[in-house]
Design a protein around this ligand. Structure first.
Ligand code: UD1
Length: 342
């Protein structure tokens, strides 16, 4: 019988792509999502891609009673991938308690349930935000973490600590924290992708919405950074490559190949690209001109970061393989699909 994986936040951006990859590898998937930042229709589109509709329950994992009740009835789950979280950096500065309550409680409730109902494995969505602006580039998993720039970033840091401490206390539990760099792009079917509610905060959805005529103008935040073209540098990773790394991490736990109870991996491409390189790349690959303007730096942004992926490549036998061109085109095809642009 296929092993069952609980994917929290499975109707969200990275979650939905991971559900597809898990199903295509032969896993049974059950999704829990409160649909606070995603739509139920995502399940229809996952079904169109894979031919199988994942099981689904709608509730907020910060609700301890619901979460423990759910896990008590699903103790046949082999592993959890925990994506569900609030993730808007700006909002986290305005309403920090919402972020601490949602992001910390949901992880703690899952860990309690794992201990109570013998669910041994968890993969946690962390972020390169835990490194802040590193002193040396690229960053390895041993690069020291820095104080978070936002309550959102702090929840990722504290959740990593909660996970580590809990696994130390209960050695029957095993966990992997995956530190994502900047996930972009969409599934090649253009049936699932990133669906920001309201004005996008992230670069790629803002670019595709500008290209689609929904936004008048892209603002490039800063051209006076200490980088070759003056704009900020990030490590942009294709979301399907990223999703596949979750399947590898789950297999590692299920097959007992982990080196210690708690492991951390950087998930990036290893290559830094500037905002202007992304803008130019998008124009080149899609043939669509972007109306953009250079403005001041955005508060809280770091100058540059990219991953050293050696450890993930060697230990997981995983690598980001999709080209920037293919990735940007997939983001545009997704935007065109949801806006009915031919
Ligand atoms: C942001 C968060 C990060 C979070 C990630 C989730 C901050 C400081 N960091 O990363 O903690 O994990 O999102 O996806 O918010 N840019 C523009 N114009 C725009 C939008 C972005 O020039 O309209 C630039 C930014 O200044 C940055 C780059 O594009 O240099 C990428 O920005 P974004 O997509 O928001 O990601 P991060 O800020 O790296």
């Amino acid at each position: 019988m296929a092993q069952k994986i609980l994917v929290t936040g499975g109707t969200g951006y990275i979650g939905s792509h991971t559900v597809v990859e898990l199903q295509e590898t032969g896993f049974d998937v059950i999704v829990v999502d409160d649909l606070s930042n995603s739509r139920i229709k995502v399940l229809d589109n996952i079904t169109k891609i894979t031919g199988t509709r994942p099981a689904f329950e709608k509730f907020n994992l910060a609700d301890q009673i619901k979460t423990l009740d759910f896990l008590s009835h699903h103790n046949d789950i082999s592993a959890i991938i925990h994506f569900a979280a609030s993730k808007a950096v700006g909002e986290s500065v305005e309403i920090p308690v919402k972020y601490y309550r949602n992001n910390l409680n949901s992880l703690m409730n899952l860990l309690d349930g794992m201990k109570n109902y013998n669910i041994p494995n968890i993969v946690f969505s962390s972020s390169c935000t835990v490194y802040g602006q590193p002193n040396h580039l690229p960053v390895t998993e041993n690069t020291p973490r820095k104080d978070a720039e936002s309550p959102y970033g702090n929840t990722k840091r504290v959740c990593e600590d909660i996970l580590n401490d809990t696994i130390t206390a209960y050695p029957q539990l095993k966990g992997i924290a995956l530190r994502y760099f900047n996930p972009i792009g969409a599934h090649h079917s253009a049936l699932i992708g990133e669906l920001p509610i309201g004005i996008p905060g992230n670069l790629i959805p803002f670019i595709t919405q500008t290209a689609a005529g929904i936004r008048d103008e892209l603002k490039v935040f800063g051209d006076d950074y200490n980088t070759p073209d003056g704009s900020a540098i990030r490590d942009y990773i294709n979301v399907v490559d990223l999703a596949k790394a979750h399947v590898v991490a789950i297999r590692r736990l299920l097959e007992g190949n982990n080196k210690s109870g708690y492991e951390i991996f950087n998930l990036g491409t290893g290559k830094g690209l500037s905002v202007l390189e992304i803008v130019n790349g998008f124009e080149k690959v899609t043939g669509v001109k972007l109306n953009y303007k250079i403005v001041d730096r955005r508060a809280g942004d770091i100058e540059k970061i990219w991953a050293d992926t050696t450890y993930a490549n060697n230990e997981l036998g995983w690598q980001a393989i999709k080209s920037l061109e293919e990735t940007l085109l997939s983001a545009w095809n997704w935007e065109k699909n949801i806006r009915n642009i031919k």
